[in-house]
Design a protein around this ligand. Structure first.
Ligand SMILES: O=C(O)C/C=C\CC(=O)C(=O)O
Length: 282
């Protein structure tokens, strides 16, 4: 099942994508796609709904982030060996974790804003994991029972804020619009082998990231297990699992986003996003 949310900002409704690629309105069954829904009985019931019985949504509405009310947006840094190398580092002996502000979350086709005083904003396509059940000290073997589904994430990163200013990475990771999610929350049964999915990003039509989740170092079950040793995970929390090589920081010379740029990114079986870039004016 591919769950989604559609409509203008603040007026989104829950929906799903049917087999023919049409959007169907789920709002008669479900208030919204959030932690309460994903952690409750309705989520399982929704998976067996006859989609043809749901109202068709006409036109081409805006697609929003497929889950709302995200409590935690946790990211894993340097989780592909070749990406670590391109940034001049190595894969750490344990996962590097950081948080993105939940206020950075936007829809998959919404515009990305460059902060007024930024110079080094960069792209990072990533596989997102959406938690469906409270996970506290879970084992690696049982970890997938806590996963509701997967989505595409662009972990946008302002490198000067992240790496050249004092303190933690979060300054460069949590800027407004720096966390496009979606367009779909895809349930595991439709994803196939999560350890073998093509993952890519194009900047202005040129493919700059061209990887596969098979080269991810710390895999999804391990990450869910690992993070749950430090904090409990709640339904609707998101884990962004790291990016493959091809970010602007790793280029010679480095290349960063500018107004007018267009990013298109996707993951096999999970979906595609596209964002254009503008500079926020104060
Ligand atoms: O130079 C470093 O320490 C790491 C630079 C970028 C890694 C990153 O942002 C990531 O998400 O991975």
């Amino acid at each position: 099942m591919k769950l989604l949310r559609f409509g203008e900002v603040g007026q989104e409704k829950p929906g799903l994508l049917d087999e023919e690629g049409n959007i169907r309105d789920l709002s008669a069954y479900v208030k919204d796609i959030d932690g309460e829904f994903l952690g409750g009985e309705l989520f399982a019931k929704t998976q067996v709904i006859d989609t043809a019985s749901l109202p068709l949504v006409s036109g081409q509405p805006r697609l929003a982030e497929p889950v709302t009310g995200v409590g935690k947006f946790i990211c894993v840094g340097l989780n592909y060996e070749d990406h670590a190398r391109e940034t001049g580092t190595v894969v750490p002996p344990e996962p590097v974790l950081f948080m993105k502000a939940t206020s950075s979350i936007t829809g998959p086709f919404d515009r990305v804003e460059l902060p007024p005083h930024s110079k080094k904003s960069d792209w990072e396509v990533e596989l997102g994991v959406v938690i469906g059940k409270e996970a506290k000290y879970v084992s690696e073997a049982e970890a997938m029972n806590y996963v509701a589904g997967f989505c595409v994430i662009n972990d946008l990163s302002e490198r000067e804020f992240q790496l050249e200013r004092e303190g933690q990475w979060m300054k460069g990771k949590g800027c407004d619009t720096f966390g496009p999610l979606g367009p779909y929350l895809v349930t595991p049964d439709e994803v196939g082998n999560v350890d073998n999915l093509d993952i890519w990003l194009e900047l202005n039509g040129e493919r700059v990231q061209d990887g596969n989740t098979k080269t991810m170092v710390y895999k999804v079950p391990f990450l869910v297990h690992y993070i749950s040793q430090f904090m409990s995970l709640q339904p609707g929390d998101i884990i962004s699992t790291g990016t493959p090589p091809g970010v602007g920081l790793g280029m010679t010379p480095p290349k960063y986003l500018k107004e007018g740029d267009v990013m298109r990114l996707g993951i096999e079986n999970i979906g595609e996003q596209q964002q254009s870039v503008f500079r926020y004016q104060r």
